[in-house]
Design a protein around this ligand. Structure first.
Ligand code: ADP
Ligand code: GN1
Ligand code: MG
Length: 364
């Protein structure tokens, strides 16, 4: 099969020594194209993580990589301080030969990270202990970012979790109906509209100052944390493209959205999709044990709101993308974004029924 990119030429632009062995697609992210690059160095195979950055979304790669350089150096210093292994416990950029943190071939942008070996990312929670460990890792990450100076960062995707803006974009997609799909998803559109009162529930509190704006990860899915194969501990938080100002409730909520569903995010059979309250408590306990003192009462009270909102917003984004012709999230089959939207809406319905119980557990 012909390779999508000329990897043999691309990797030579980076400070990677050794002879090319292979480069194969890996991971299940929806945004970037991710590959495992293997080269032979001194008689042994060494792996790297090569990514084509999605520059349709990240229109200013220079600014994106500026953020990642700062965040990775900051994380590395903190790993070193606690005596950890900086090569495994954070992302390490392998620079291009011209000293930049990426390489542009005239059309595509590429970057390389050291490959974190003997660690795994999961698509669903197989064992609650893994979910607990991911919560500890994200909680520690939030705690660490509390020390990070937000003014150094560019807001590369403005209004990323501004649910009110997302809702306006959704209404716009419905009105444009560029692919003629709106008729087929009338029920789903009505469902989103019927729940529109959710949109302001965090944004308004950030605006009024009731919930603090922090530097957050903004994409805290289970598959964005690497768990050590031997110890099971969450060793590295990855996918730092969206580290920007945000709310702790979003980061908590996005993990719940993804991890408390025992089925895949795009599961077509909705009877398999449900909100597992037990996993919510597992994550809550892990997260609160690690996130530190700075979490406010109001943030704690709104952790469930974060979970409901992130799920509502994500479902709305999937539906918007379906209406716009699947141009944002990578799809591998027809109807995948619609299936993704359905799973999110089902989870929101489940969570709304348990909201009081979720809140009680969060403030306890
Ligand atoms: P996307 O933005 O598309 O989600 P990610 O940066 O999350 O891309 O990478 C996709 C997947 O690649 C991850 O879920 C993980 O399995 C794997 N991955 C990413 N970075 C590394 C790394 N440094 N070492 C090993 N695997 C990695
Ligand atoms: C995307 O890159 P990935 O797959 O980790 C998306 C998130 C969504 C998520 C849904 C930059 O995350 O916002 O919540 O898909 N990332 C971006 O699975 O839009
Ligand atoms: Mg990812």
């Amino acid at each position: 099969m012909k390779e999508e990119f000329d990897f043999k030429t691309i990797y030579k632009h980076f400070a990677v020594e050794g002879e090319y062995v292979s480069c194969v697609r890996c991971g299940e992210g929806h945004i970037n194209d991710t590959f495992k690059l293997t080269v032979q160095e001194g008689g042994r195979n060494v792996n790297y993580l090569l990514q084509r950055i999605n520059n349709r979304l990240f229109s200013d790669v220079e600014k994106l990589m500026h953020n990642i350089e700062l965040v990775t150096s900051f994380c590395r210093r903190s790993v070193e301080k606690r005596g950890g292994d900086p090569k495994r416990e954070c992302l390490n950029i392998v620079p291009a030969r011209d000293g930049k943190s990426y390489y542009f071939d005239g059309k595509n942008y590429f970057r390389i990270y050291l490959f974190i070996e003997d660690a795994t990312t999961y698509q669903v929670v197989r064992d609650p202990r893994d979910f607990y460990e991911s919560a500890v890792a994200f909680g520690n990450f939030a705690n660490l970012l509390a020390e990070f100076d937000a003014s150094q960062l560019y807001e590369v995707l403005p209004d990323f979790h501004n649910t009110k803006v997302r809702y306006r974009n959704f209404l716009n997609a419905v009105e444009q109906d560029s692919c003629g799909r709106a008729k087929e998803v009338e029920k789903e559109i009505e469902w989103v509209k019927a729940h529109a009162d959710l949109c302001g529930q965090i944004v308004d509190k950030i605006e009024s100052g009731e919930i603090p704006l922090r530097v957050t990860h903004n994409d805290t899915k289970l598959n964005n944390v690497m768990l050590d194969n031997k110890t099971g501990k969450g060793i590295a938080v990855i996918d730092l493209d969206t580290v920007m100002p945000g709310s702790l409730c979003y980061d908590f909520g996005d993990s719940i959205r993804f991890g408390c569903n025992p089925a895949a995010e795009d599961e077509p059979d909705l009877s398999k999709v449900n909100f597992r309250y037990d996993l919510y408590e597992t994550y809550l306990n892990g997260y609160l044990s690690a996130v530190g003192e700075s979490v406010t009462e109001e943030e704690r009270r709104n952790l469930p709101t974060g979970a409901i909102l992130m799920t509502y917003e994500c479902g709305m984004r999937f539906l918007t993308d379906y209406l716009e012709g699947d141009v944002y999230f990578r799809t591998t089959r027809a109807g995948q974004n619609l299936d993704r939207a359905h799973t999110q809406f089902k989870l929101v319905d489940d969570m709304l029924k348990l909201r009081d119980k979720m809140t009680e557990a969060a403030v306890k």
